[in-house]
Design a protein around this ligand. Sequence first.
Ligand SMILES: NC(=O)c1ccc[n+]([C@@H]2O[C@H](COP(=O)([O-])OP(=O)(O)OC[C@H]3O[C@@H](n4cnc5c(N)ncnc54)[C@H](O)[C@@H]3O)[C@@H](O)[C@H]2O)c1
Length: 259
Amino acid sequence: MELSGKNVIYEGGFGGIGQCCLKEFLAKGVQNLAIFDLKENAELLESLQKSYPNANIFFVQFDITKKESIAAAFEVAVEKMGHFDLLVHGCGMMDDNHVELMIDINFKGLVLSTFAALPYMDKSTGGRGGVIINISSVAGLEPLAGLSIYSAAKHGVTSFTRCMAHPRYLEHHGVSFITICPGITETELVVNPGQKATFAFAAILAGCLDDASRQSPKICAQNLVKLAETGKNGGVYMLDLGEIKKVTFPVMWTPVFKS
Ligand SMILES: NC(=O)c1ccc[n+]([C@@H]2O[C@H](COP(=O)([O-])OP(=O)(O)OC[C@H]3O[C@@H](n4cnc5c(N)ncnc54)[C@H](O)[C@@H]3O)[C@@H](O)[C@H]2O)c1
């Protein structure tokens, strides 16, 4: 998608990767940028508004764990910008001490937000179509035993997004779906991983992430925005150590139809 002049909603925009993405999207000339997040970062918002005076940048408070809050946020955003072309699901939390919250933020909220967004974008009911980018993780590609709940929630995101990219759906509502799987990226999310492990007795399984190579949120954001421009419907892209790799999946099962 050509980003210049487009309207973007970024969920989790004040997070480590989100902040860098906001700057990259604005540098590409997006017209309206709605930042959905739990808490406002007024200082960053003001500095973005100063740096990009031609863009309309605004914050919408929301809690992705609450269905009504998601619906209300889309209503506010659409009232302010008419329509949106691109939605990024970038909220996240990584702490297996909080099972329900982990699933609600990383998976259930993303699903509910997708279903809240689609009616606004749906070409079959007068919308313009567009692109939805869902941020999964490398832990949504490979099982990460040290953070089992996080990994399972992210596998859910990968699978849900691939399902949403079915050509029958695209033909109907005109919305493309892209999965982004970052590797370890230097943000708050990955601080003290050992304390966030599934089992305290095996904290080392998560704690060892501290010793793994990691990328900067800036390079991750640059690659995410590149994929917003060039990514294909159904594409699953691993963004690790500054590189983009398209992921391919073996077909392990297909239904056998009764004759
Ligand atoms: N940092 C990494 O190593 C890494 C790796 C792979 C995937 N990811 C994913 O990338 C995305 C961004 O992560 P990050 O590293 O920037 O993390 P971060 O902790 O810096 O940002 C997370 C964002 O989610 C928002 N959020 C959390 N709970 C929320 C709620 N209930 N309602 C609304 N917003 C909420 C936070 O306010 C914050 O803005 C997440 O989906 C994360 O799982 C991160």
